[in-house]
Design a protein around this ligand. Structure first.
Ligand SMILES: [Zn+2]
Length: 180
């Protein structure tokens, strides 16, 4: 299973505005998220209270809270922790980070910061897990990479490096005249 064929990656993000009336969500506004499956693709839509009543039937429906993300300057000075790293990777939407994102989410679930709300199975057999932040009420959809035990160790190592703020895949530096 290649990681490159994920076309439903964008489902993890909460919309900035209602998918019905297009009104912008306010900070801490309660909204309703719905997961649809259309033409082989998962689609997440977020609705305000009014539009939720008119929304089409969905695979999964849950309540969430819209949080205005903090300005980037503020984010940069904060010390990296498991949660801030998860948010950063989710915002970047890089498919190569999917494994790390999943590991971070599992760590946060164990710490009881997130709770799992639902699991959906995609047509290609992939699992989508819906997690809710216990304090803020935000929800995130995470693609479960269904890691094997031997992969797990490697990715956990990678995550530890990320948390320490060290760059990935650094070649060991050799002095120019060193023998090979
Ligand atoms: Zn609306």
């Amino acid at each position: 299973m290649g990681r490159e064929n994920i076309d439903n990656w964008h489902v993890s993000k909460c919309a900035k505005a209602c998918d019905g009336c297009e009104e912008k969500f306010k900070d801490k506004q309660v909204l309703h998220s719905r997961l649809f499956f259309e033409e082989g693709e998962y689609i997440r839509q977020d609705f305000c209270e009014k539009c939720e009543a008119k929304a089409a039937p969905a695979l999964s429906v849950w309540k969430t809270i819209f949080i205005v993300p903090p300005p980037p300057e503020e984010e940069a000075v904060k010390k990296e922790n498991v949660e801030s790293l998860l948010r950063k990777l989710l915002a970047k939407e890089n498919e190569e980070d999917l494994n790390a994102i999943f590991i971070l989410m599992v760590m946060l679930e164990r710490k009881k910061i997130f709770v799992e709300r639902d699991i959906q199975k995609a047509e290609d057999g992939r699992k989508l897990r819906i997690y809710e932040h216990k304090k803020t009420g935000e929800s995130f959809i995470i693609i479960d990479p269904e890691l094997k035990l031997d992969q797990l160790e490697h990715i956990q190592e990678e995550v530890v490096l990320l948390l320490g703020g060290k760059p990935r895949n650094v070649e060991p530096e050799l002095p120019p005249d060193s023998e090979k």
